[in-house]
Ligand binder design. Sequence first.
Ligand code: PAF
Length: 294
Amino acid sequence: MQIFHHIESIRGALAIERQRGKRVGFVPTMGNLHDAHIELVRTAQQQCDVVVVSIFVNPLQFGLNEDWDKYPRTFEADANRLREVNCDYLFYPDEGEIYPNGMAEQTRVVVPTMTDVLCGASRPGHFEGVTTVVSKLFNIVQPDLAVFGIKDFQQLAIIRRMVEDLCIPVEIIAGEIFREPDGLAMSSRNGFITAEERPKVNILNQRLNQAQADIEAGKRDYFAIEAEARAAIEAAGFRVDYFSVCNSKTLEPAANDDQAITILGAMYTSGARLIDNVSFTLGEEMAPGTPVSA
Ligand code: PAF
């Protein structure tokens, strides 16, 4: 695996790959790689000839009171994991390389829909930081395909929208959520969960599954479903940021006759903010008022 710190050098290497007719896959990350990231790399490898991973803990997407400074930085271990799975290129720029004119003067990429709700409501400016850095990384790597984890469902939807709106010629692929045996979605922030909290944090995943089961069984009072989930998560000792039954395409609160549903949840432990989601499609026979047969 070749490691590059500078834009010009990775561009040079990838230009040669492209001249040779190679299809380039890309997995942008902030490092502290775990099994779910490695699955994203494998997904890219299945569809591409060469795969690039980037590691950059992007300060532009962190709020002032957030965890940018304590975000885990584990470069050597990350590079070793990528070597083990035969990743071809690792792009590891520093802040000066990505923001040479400073963050305040950086041109921004703004997606006007879906960015102020859910995670965007409690993390103002977060998605602007994500779309800005992802579009820069796309311009640097110029991949044919890029893979993003579906755990960050809202991020994925916003990036898809950015790519569509700006005619960026990159195919966006969703990588499945990778879970611990008890259902906890893998995340770099799971390292901030205390030993005492750990047995209880799968409450978020449990309540998402319960809400899905309730809706699939015909319940349509989404407000009540959300309130019940929030109460259960709070009873387990965690503060809820949001728990919302949404239309999968718009991320607006789901209407009773919506068929593509995503339920998204976020909660705070003492040291981390955890997110998770489930998506499913309701059949025509599941329209409101329709009796559900066993
Ligand atoms: O999901 C992430 O790790 C980050 O938001 C991303 C897409 C690498 C942009 O910094």
